[in-house]
Ligand binder design. Sequence first.
Ligand SMILES: [Zn+2]
Length: 353
Amino acid sequence: MAAIQETLKGVEPKPRRINRGFVMRLGTQTSLDFNPGCEYPIEDENILAAKASLDVTTLTDDQAMERIVREVIPHEIGHTLGLRHNFKASADVKNLTDGAPSTTVMDYQNSLASLTEPGPYDYAAIAYAYDGDKSLYEGKSFFFATDGSNAVDPLSNQFDEGDPLTYYTGRYAHFAKLRDAGFFPSLASYGRAQRRTLEVIRKFVNRGEQSKAAFDFLLKALTEKSPTPPFSAIERLQAMLVLTEPAPAGLARFNPRAQYQSLDDAEEAALAQGLVTNVVPDGKDIFEVRLAMVETLKARNNIYGYKALEAISKAYDKATAQGADGAQAKPLPPREQELALRIKQAVSAYFNK
Ligand SMILES: [Zn+2]
């Protein structure tokens, strides 16, 4: 801070807007955010995820709050001086010094070692903005990406540390362990935390040299059927489709006829198997999802899609078969019966002639 004060000596910066303090909810607690438009998303869900990813699950809410306030204050002062967010700064490994998790307080930090005073990026930005002094950033090439970039830039994320792919793949495994240990209050809260993890990993697909690693990770995560799946079937389906579309515009878009790109045989097989895993009538998934998955498999128009449909047809047979004790299985609802019949027809010998 001393250097900034030095830099600002004799300078009378004109505030572009008058900041107002306002109260933000933090579960049952409140915190102050001095800059409208800058919201630390510290709701229960995010606090939970932050504590989980920090591996400081023993931190009390008060301790977590104190940590946040200590980093929010210099951050808001940064806004007051005119700085924007820099969510890419934690990935700027080359410019990180002394184990700092970010080059700037204008990041959303996620570390017990959070910056509570300006980092090298802040000094450089302020020196240039207020004094025209480029000496602190020349030769450094600080990473910078602000709010709008988070949706598309894999390196621009809130609350991560270091290389994002390494961080988020590690976080996925860590969260699963915490789930098993009963840390998450509900399966839904676990699912929400993990969905955020996978959304970031998804950004790496079809972008840069980590694309293949990210794709393989997602495929595995989304095709395994865990005893307590973190994702609803519709989320899995959406993620599958995103994996197979070259430029996803939104998770909710569903287009089974989209052209699939650059899937090799093993990936095709895994994709089909993943769809089968979720399409089997086990009473957990909704009918519309099964219908959409069947359409997806049909649209593949290849041997993997065919084999997958065959497996689904057998699963339907099993679901409606007489039990070993002679008890009749519960009949499927009419539209489910119709779907089963259509699948059976699609893989019948008649259609294969
Ligand atoms: Zn902010």
